[in-house]
Write a protein that binds this ligand. Structure first.
Ligand code: PEP
Length: 252
């Protein structure tokens, strides 16, 4: 049985003061009416991770980073290591987000190295994969997405990927208000699970959570979450306000 995961990707939004305010608002509600049949994760900017960690330590909300460098330490100016993230209480890390791929030129090879290193240091990767609009229009959506999946998981063994989280995020749906239909999202999630099953076996494929991301909002989360292979959501814009994120967390 896969526990649904609702994850907020705050991107480069929220100062420390704003982040603390949002977390306090989330915790007030989560602690009152929290359904423990689901897991909640927030991924704030690096600067807010350390001050938020003690607020979240005794709460049901997990803390994650949006990126990391695949080494424990070293001369990598401007980067943050998995050891540093672990030390301050992060348990997840988003890797391979389309903004990292497109704006920062991250390759499948680098992302695969990051996934492997995150696992080595006890962080759960949230590996993002998904096609662009021209790729979808050209009939390549599945080939591209599954190609990124295979490349991102590289040489990992079945027991290493059981706890990994995959996020299918069609690039054309991110931040655009243009969500994949529940049927299209389900079809891709089923294809992802099928690919995992052929490579790692059905038991492992059944254990892996596959999130949908791309303009998830309070008014579309319920139909998306009703799909059998959608195990949660990676939420950008709608995770920046307590009310909309809480409604998504409380999907029905
Ligand atoms: C994201 O950044 O991962 C994302 C899905 O953003 P949005 O929900 O704003 O489309």
């Amino acid at each position: 049985m896969r526990t649904p995961l609702i994850a907020g990707n705050w991107k480069m939004y929220k100062t420390v003061a704003e982040a603390v305010e949002l977390v306090e608002a989330l915790l007030k509600e989560v602690e009152v009416g929290y359904a423990d049949d689901r897991q909640v994760l927030i991924c704030p900017p690096f600067t807010a991770l350390y001050p938020l960690a003690p607020l979240l330590a005794e709460s049901p909300v997990a803390l994650g980073a949006q990126n990391m460098y695949p080494a424990s330490q070293g001369a990598f100016t401007g980067e943050v290591s998995p050891v540093m993230l672990q030390e301050i209480g992060c348990s997840f890390v988003i890797l391979g987000h389309s903004e990292r791929r497109q704006v920062f030129g991250e390759t499948d090879e680098l992302i695969s190295k990051k996934v492997q290193t995150a696992i080595d240091y006890g962080l759960t990767p949230v590996l993002c994969i998904g096609e662009t609009k021209p790729q979808r229009d050209g009939g390549e959506a599945e080939a591209v997405t599954l190609g990124q999946l295979r490349a991102g998981l590289g040489g990992l063994a079945a027991e290493q990927i059981q706890d990994i989280v995959i996020a299918y995020e069609p690039v054309w749906a991110i931040g655009t208000g243009d969500t994949a239909t529940p049927a299209d999202a389900q079809a891709m999630h089923a294809a992802i699970r099928g690919a995992l099953s052929s490579h790692y076996g059905p038991e492992t494929a059944d254990a892996v959570r596959i999130l949908y991301g791309g303009s998830v909002k309070p008014d579309n989360v319920d139909t998306l979450m009703a799909q059998p292979d959608i195990d949660g959501a990676l939420v950008g814009g709608a995770s920046l306000q307590a009310e909309s994120f809480l409604r998504i967390v409380n999907f029905r």
